[in-house]
Write a protein that binds this ligand. Structure first.
Ligand SMILES: [Zn+2]
Length: 415
């Protein structure tokens, strides 16, 4: 494959297969704890001999905005995906943003394919597949894009590959399981062994991180699983860059109850019932493990409301870290103004934002709530199995990962 440019960045032609891994919800500390427990020998070597730093992801610290930033190299202000939902004022409806038409730029994959490279994209949940695979010319030997969730339904026409279960040698995992992520890694290894794509992107699910803190036995086992597959990709000669879409924090009180600011109820009390409309962009069809509770919300306010006064009252509420108007929030967090409400509200490290008490079904929450979405989940690992030539003092983002793994390998720069 040749070098290529996309979204204002140039990428050098790789000399070895490039593997970028987005470990969903991988708060800094998970990898280190598994290494300390002696359960992750590959990561131990990488921390010693490769490069490992903490960078910043995109706020809202949610899955889709960050996966799309990683695979485009730009912020949501440019690519347009700022959550799972936005409110369309014109139609007065809440619109799911996982349709590829909402993505405003080309992906690195599409540009790389145009330059002659072979692409493989494997995600845990199917909701991301369409966005990540947008514009790819799918087909055997060219590109494939599939999810572990719907691995059994993969077709050459839709996914560029079929018979995925036979390739991977595992059954379709349950959508709420560690197996959903293991399948992603197992598929990645088999793809690399069988047709050696030039670029392989693996994106997991944060099912484990939502339930288990860094250093706990289940978390360590999960990272040990990951370690064994990454070691195999490393042995196959791949250059690996690993990052996360967001971190993860405990979001409960001392009695292990979720610690929630019900923003719709608050605004209903101030402005009248239903006058404001709160959107929680974390909401998606798979809410069992977080009850649709995250640390970021946007709200649409009725005409004529004194926005500055509302923001001042919100900022004074316990548990609210930041309340900004649309323009200020989009500047600070690099978000698209046309897909955000009039105000943006971010809760503090151990608090989440809900709509109304009556609208959240928390019966699926079996463990004390851990979640994300806020500024407090912005730190994410950037880990490489090669030494990366970093620029001193620069703020690195998770969406620099392709640039770092393709352009900044120290031994290639020196050569
Ligand atoms: Zn995520």
């Amino acid at each position: 494959m040749a070098s290529f440019s996309v979204n204002g960045r140039a990428y050098a032609a790789p000399s070895a297969p490039v593997v970028v891994v987005c470990v969903d919800g991988s708060e800094p500390g998970y990898i280190e704890a598994a290494v300390e427990a002696g359960m992750a020998p590959f990561f131990a070597r990488v921390l010693r001999e490769g490069t490992a730093i903490v960078g910043d992801c995109v706020v809202p610290t949610f899955t889709n905005p960050n996966n799309l930033s990683i695979v485009t190299g730009v912020s949501p202000a440019v690519h347009g995906i700022c959550g799972n939902y936005f409110f369309d004022r014109e139609s007065g409806t809440e619109v799911m943003m996982n349709d590829p038409r909402f993505l405003r730029v080309d992906t690195i994959f599409r540009a790389a394919q145009s330059a002659g490279s072979r692409i493989a994209v494997v995600t845990a949940k199917d909701k991301l597949r369409g966005l990540l695979g947008k514009g790819l010319d799918l087909g055997p030997g060219r590109a494939c894009s599939f999810s572990s969730e719907k691995a059994d339904q993969a077709t050459v026409e839709r996914n560029g590959i079929d018979d995925v279960l036979r390739l991977v040698g595992l059954p379709v995992p349950d959508v709420y399981s560690a197996g959903l992520s293991e399948f992603v890694f197992a598929a990645g290894v088999r793809l690399m062994e069988s047709w050696r794509p030039d670029i392989l992107y693996l994106s997991t699910t944060d099912y484990i991180q939502h339930k288990h803190a860094p250093g706990t036995p289940v978390a360590n086992s999960f990272y040990a699983m990951m370690d064994s597959y990454l070691a195999r990709l490393d042995a196959l000669g791949c250059v690996i860059g690993l990052t996360a879409d967001h971190g993860m924090n405990a979001k409960h009180d001392t009695a292990a109850r979720p610690d929630i600011v019900f923003l719709q109820d608050v605004l209903d009390g101030w402005l009248g019932a239903g006058a404001a409309r709160v959107i929680l962009p974390i909401t998606d069809p798979y809410v069992v493990h977080h009850g649709a509770l995250g640390s970021f919300a946007t709200a649409y306010l009725p005409e004529g409301v004194d926005i500055a006064a509302v923001l001042a009252r919100l900022a004074a509420l316990p548990g609210i870290e930041v309340a900004l108007d649309r323009a200020a929030a989009c500047r600070r967090f690099e978000l698209p103004e046309d897909r955000m409400g009039d105000i943006v509200v971010v809760s503090s490290r151990h608090k989440v934002i809900g709509t109304s008490l009556s609208r959240h079904d928390l019966s699926g929450l079996k463990e004390p709530l851990r979640s994300h979405g806020g500024i407090s989940e912005q730190g994410v690992p950037l880990v490489f199995n090669r030494r990366i030539a970093l620029e001193p003092g620069r703020r690195y983002r998770n969406f620099d990962v392709f640039d770092l793994v393709m352009n900044r390998i120290a031994e290639r720069i020196a050569a």
